[in-house]
Design a protein around this ligand. Sequence first.
Ligand code: UD1
Length: 337
Amino acid sequence: MRILVTGGTGYIGSHTVLSLQEAGHEVVAIDNLVNSSEESLRRVAGLSGKAAVFHRVDLVDESAIDAVFAAHPIDAVIHFAGLKAVGESVREPLRYYHNNLTGTLNLLRVMDRHGVRSIVFSSSATVYGEHNPSPYLEKMEIGANNPYGRTKEQIEDILTDLGAADSRWRIALLRYFNPVGAHPSGLIGEDPQGIPNNLVPFIAQVAVGRREKLMVFGGDYDTPDGTCQRDYIHVVDLAQGHVAALDFVAEKPGVFRWNLGSGKGSSVLEVLRSFEKAVGRPLPYEVTGRRPGDLPAFWADASLALADLGWSTTRTVDQMCEDHWRWQKNNPHGYNT
Ligand code: UD1
């Protein structure tokens, strides 16, 4: 198939482009490059031996999306493009709603006009909100607690309504847990701009000397070691989950939801210890106050993806840290190195 990947130069996008090419698909990638670099796709081409077509397109520009569909016979779309920082979304809700929702609506309208009705959407475990106990199950009632999370939830609603209105649509809603790690080559990985919001990119920058120490947000949670637990998933496992979801919806129209997680929680200190093992030395940290909005612990029930897609995670937290570290060590300043 020829797959359009929105957000194709980003962290999960670039790893998924590679997995798609390895599975024999052709890729057309689009991105507005606000938070990523085209260098990621040059490196993916080096790994796969196949260049993805790239167009710099912002999804808020509907005519630009139309031009891409007019130029390439697209079979299905994987939709990653979106703003994704929780704190920023609280400060700038209009920017988040405009970018994420308008961009998606434009994309869906163009797809419909061109008769392309297969889409895999990049959702998040954040849609489960605060009220659900772990492990999270796809059938639970969702309800996010910040503007970023609500854009994911609202896009799920839009896609669900679309699937109900027109049975030709094939829709996969993938709820990611905490993606970390990098391709084992160390050539592609996560390259956050500014101060990283997320745990593993922050630890990696401490390890490479770009930050002084890790601040552990809260040591007094009701968890085994007092720090929060999350379900970390290797980005290559995650990328392969997209290929599996695409194969599934190619066979079956409808709207489907799958958790992409390992089914296991790890604490902040456990991840730090794994990263230290990868680096081969202790890393400085300080336990500080809780981060507003953080939940003590959550993880996936990952059994539905296994049953439907035959997909499950295969890579451990140690492997995530080893691969993340290889990428960071070889590229201390990301793609600008
Ligand atoms: C965060 C978002 C989530 C989003 C996901 C995308 C919040 C509250 N949640 O998830 O909505 O879908 O990123 O990847 O922002 N930690 C530290 N020190 C740090 C950074 C993080 O101790 O410098 C801790 C956090 O308190 C948390 C854990 O590490 O317990 C993981 O944090 P993070 O990587 O930001 O992921 P989430 O908060 O789970």
